[in-house]
Structure formats: C-alpha cells, structure tokens
Design a protein. Structure first.
Lengths: 146, 146
DNA sequence: ACTCCACGTTTACAGTTGTAAACTCAATTT
DNA sequence: AAATTGAGTTTACAACTGTAAACGTGGAGT
C-alpha cells in the first residue's frame, strides 16, 4: 500500500478518475464509471480508457477480485496535489508568485483550521523572508535584468 | 494596449516566451530568440514557432517596425498567472486545497511584503471562514458521500 | 540591379490527450 | 451446452504540444 513516486504526469481528465479512487480508497470499475458518468458527459468507454492509462502509468494498482479488478491509488493525493501546484508555480515569474497566492487565496474557500495553519506558517516564514524576490524571467546576465 | 481576456490556453513552452515579453514590455523576435536560446536548448526555429502560435491565439500583438515586428503582450501577466493557478486548484479536491496551499507556501520564496499581505488577507478571511470545507470528489447524493 | 540575409510563414512529425467504438474472453444465465 | 453479458484490452482518431527544418520575400549591401 506504500505510495510511490510517479514518473509520468496525470492529465486533467485522469485527475477526475483519481479523485474518485482517492476518496473511496479503492473501487471497482463499475463504481468509478457509474460515478463519473454522473459527473461528466463521458461515455463508459472513455472512463475505461482513462483507468487503463492510469494503471499503465503506475498511478493505480489492481487487485483481482473474482472476474474483475479492484483499483487503488499508488500515489498519494496530497503528494500529487503538491507536485502539480509546485510545477505550475515554478513556471511563473518568481517575483509574481506572491501576488498569485494572494489572488488564489482570496478566491478559494478555506476552513478556519486551514487559514490558521497558513497564518502560523507565514508568520514563521516572515522571520527569514527576504525583503524582495527578484524576477527570474531573463538570463541573470541580461543588461536590463528586470 | 488594453489587455484582453484570452480564450485559448498558454502552454508550458509558450509561457517561457510570454515571460520574456512580459518582463521586457515588448521585444522583437531577435531579442526573444536570443534570450530563450540562452535559457533552454531550443533552436531558433522552435522559438519562432512558439511566437507564431502566441500571435495566432491572441496572446501577443504585433507592431510593424520597418522590416520586422515588435511583439507585445495582449494579456496581463498577473491575470494569466491567476487563471492558471485557479484552473489547477479547481481540478483538485476542495477539502485538500488548504493543505496544498500550506505546502506550496512552505516551498515558495516570498518577500516580507507578500507574506504580510497574505497574512492580512487570511486574517480578514478568517472572520467569515467555514469550520470545514467538504470533499467535492463524489456526486453530492452518493451514499458514502466522503 | 543583383545577391544575400534574415524575418515571418508553411510544413513536418512524433508523442500526448480527450474521446470513444470495437473486440476478446471468461463467467453467468437459460 | 449455447447464448449472453460485461470487464478489461485494442484500436481509432482528431486536436494539441514540443520540436524543428524549409521556404518565400522584402530590404540591405555591393
């Protein structure tokens, strides 16, 4: 049941499948298909394809249960989320990430506990934070270096 | 110079081009190509393709300057970042977004000002925050509803 | 005026992704 | 035992991406 590090990335459509399995802990294809058909306009065949790809890329594991399989996650949900978010942020200008966080936090519904955790992490972070983070969009040696 | 709302999405490789133009405000292709060749192992031809695609999808505008073009952004950097981040977050379980933020903030270098802005936004947000945010990975009516 | 250069455009091509039908078998039903 | 069902696998196919070469043409240099 140890979750592994994933090499390949999970695509948008595949995320929908993973979320079902993450939330249920494990599920057979009938359950996954049934739930996703209700959430999207996907045909069962589409969902079968996605499940197959996730198994092939090592995001889902299988256990034989009589005639069918039970699928379970081979990667942790929080780890996948952290990686996806970090990848997205790393592609953006370092100087602008702070403002992006502000906007994202304004727009995201967060629980009181989450907010308090964030505040305390930020307060600790403040003690060692730099005065400014500089733009990293140009080569370091560029004349107008931002 | 008014930045527009973008229909199509900017791909990872295209982001690199946009960051150059955003940072410089405007640039001719020679400058863009020169800078990106130094940052990546891209051939000039590759960068020309990316510029062309960005113009076609309305992310970059052109101004004729004698024999060549000057490119300038048609979408705002911060808006693009906000949209990209929101899209990424919306694909994740609502219940887990808070923890994802904590991890992302721990791993991101932020300036003192940014941190203080975040803290104050969070403190204000705390006053109206729900006790908990529930998982939205399954259809609302599902038996085991998370 | 002729040549060359370089800028933007066209074409190329394999891999990924979204979307889905068709097919293969083992198991269940009649 | 034959027919049916349904789970997983194969095949399909267009659009999007990353990566890049080839091409056409209007100026710059001679």
């Amino acid at each position: 049941m140890a979750t592994t590090e994933l090499t390949a990335t999970i695509t948008d459509a595949e995320w929908r499948v993973m979320r079902i399995v993450w939330t249920l802990g494990q599920a057979d294809s009938h359950t996954i298909i049934d739930l996703l058909v209700r959430q999207h306009d996907w045909k069962p065949a589409t969902i079968k394809t996605l499940i197959g790809r996730l198994v092939k890329k090592g995001a889902l594991g299988t256990t034989k249960d009589g005639r069918q399989y039970i699928y379970h996650p081979l990667i942790a949900e929080q780890a996948a989320m952290d990686t996806a978010l970090a990848t997205e942020l790393n592609q953006m200008c370092a100087m602008c990430r702070g403002k992006a966080f502000v906007h994202a936090i304004d727009e995201t519904e967060l629980s009181q506990d989450d907010i308090q955790t964030l505040i305390s992490h930020l307060q600790k972070k403040l003690t060692t934070a730099p005065t400014a983070v500089s733009c990293d969009c140009l080569p370091a040696d560029y004349e107008g270096s931002c």
